[in-house]
Write a protein that binds this ligand. Sequence first.
Ligand code: FDP
Length: 347
Amino acid sequence: MAFAAQGFERVPIVAEYNINTFARHVVTEQQDLHPSARGSFCWLLNGIELACKIIGEEVRRLGLSRAAGSTGTINVQGEEQQGLDIFANKVLMDCLGSRGNVGLLASEENEEPIVMIEHPEQGEYIVMFDPLDGSSNLDVNVSVGTIFSVYRRAGAHGKALVEEVLQTGRNQIAAGYALYGSSTVIVYTTGQGVHSFTLDPAVGTFVLSHSDMKMPAAGHIYSVNEAYADSFPPYCRRFLHWLKSSDEAYRLRYIGSLVADFHRTLLKGGIFMYPPTSFFPEGKLRLMYEANPIAFLAEQAGGMATNGTGAILDVVPGTLHQRVPLFVGSTQEMTKLRAFIDRPLKV
Ligand code: FDP
């Protein structure tokens, strides 16, 4: 049944309490964009919201829960798995797999995409996620997050699964993250701006906290793991030197948890970088699970994201777990970086 036929009426917010919830916002946005839509996409995002509530609650109970600590297993990325990585992965698989419209799920924790619904007409969406980004910080109570990215399935009969999933970031129809920090927030975009919702623990609902967020055009913070600076490409080393000697008085902040570092960059501006290093010559961060959704959000908020040669969203993926260098931030700092990349010896 279409939205209009379901009798969704616009009712003004009259209560003193902010009741513009994530669910309401998503429905209203989709109603405006696609009046004949059947609510299927909203149901999908509702599954992500539910998963994030469950994961967030488990993160809050970390020291008490059985999911704490390392499992002693290594994931497809060659990283040590935490109990909560596995828990978060299962929760997302369950909440999304039960929607009835998600055909393919690809997780940073699984080697291959998982088929939920074979037929592209019923399983019309592909969802990719990093269930618990920054999880190596869990033992020390640092903020972590869940990153997600949604694509439409192109009805690719006969194509190998991986080929169906390997779309450029420009094809994303939604992306976002939950940040389990001093409060729990969901930040998302469907290409209609970036909106942020804070979990009200008293009622268990995400309520709108920032609408149509804009990244400041310039900031005073740079964020990078400078311990690796000796193995960064020369343009990065020179850019770092410029940041430190600039009259703009830049400060360094690096949490080591991408969602938290990006959230700060979104709100305060500046630049976040994970350049190629000798240990990770292609960069460390994953294109499909981390860089693409972050780049979609950044561009929607007026910022920029590049791998050093072009926009992240234009990178044609070769493999599911591909890594990329990531530079993301305000136009001023990104434009300056561009100058170092283009004219590495002059600037
Ligand atoms: P983690 O390994 O803890 O999951 O891609 C994963 C990530 O964290 C990002 O969240 C973070 O930005 C980055 O790795 C940190 O890497 P370094 O420790 O090499 O700085």
